[in-house]
Design a protein around this ligand. Structure first.
Ligand code: RP5
Length: 177
């Protein structure tokens, strides 16, 4: 089990919820990204199918507890994002997990095919979706936090610099011929 202080922060503003502890390893990329931006978050294992009452209680009380965004990761018939979105006005970001036999397509469709009126923002499956959920959460939070907006600007610059460095290496290694 991954655990540190940031995950049980009293002032958590992002809730990271997973359908199973089998999702934890992939979702560590989400927690790492939130930490990199200095976001206080909490982590819960709550299943839409196995602990539905807890799922309802979690999202129904989320605004009152100070959360601003909920991230929901689940695999197979991934109902978690939708179930959490049903009981809160907070934005819910879904991360489909690739645990099932369909390589995550099952979870991707379950996450994104929400009926009108109950949106869930669907990320890419698994390792790409996990950090992207954190970044999207930060982008939402940055709308009312200019310091966080500055961190996002820097994040974009750093990312571009890394690609430019690889580009320079590719040009050096593979000169035009
Ligand atoms: C989903 O079913 C979970 O989110 C997980 O991705 C998948 C399998 O869960 P376990 O059987 O590993 O607990 O609910």
């Amino acid at each position: 089990m991954i655990k540190d202080d940031a995950m049980t922060h009293a002032k958590a503003i992002v809730g990271v919820v997973m359908g199973s502890d089998s999702d934890l390893e992939v979702m560590k990329k989400c927690m790492d990204q939130l930490k990199a931006f200095g976001i206080a978050f909490e982590v819960r294992i709550i299943s839409a199918h196995r602990t539905p009452d807890t799922a309802h209680e979690y999202s129904a009380t989320a605004v009152g507890r100070g959360l601003k965004v909920i991230i929901a990761a689940a695999g197979m018939s991934a109902a978690l994002g939708g179930v959490l979105a049903a009981s809160t006005t907070l934005p819910v970001i879904g991360v489909p997990m690739a645990g099932g036999l369909m390589g995550g397509l099952d979870a991707a469709l379950s996450t994104m095919q929400m009926p009108p009126g109950v949106p869930v923002a669907a990320m890419a499956v698994g390792p790409a979706g996990a950090p992207n959920a954190a970044i999207l959460a930060v982008q939402i939070l940055a709308l009312s936090d200019s310091a966080l907006g500055g961190k996002l600007e820097q994040f974009k610059k750093d990312q571009a610099q890394k690609v430019a460095k690889k580009d320079a290496e590719a040009i050096a290694d593979w000169p035009a011929r």
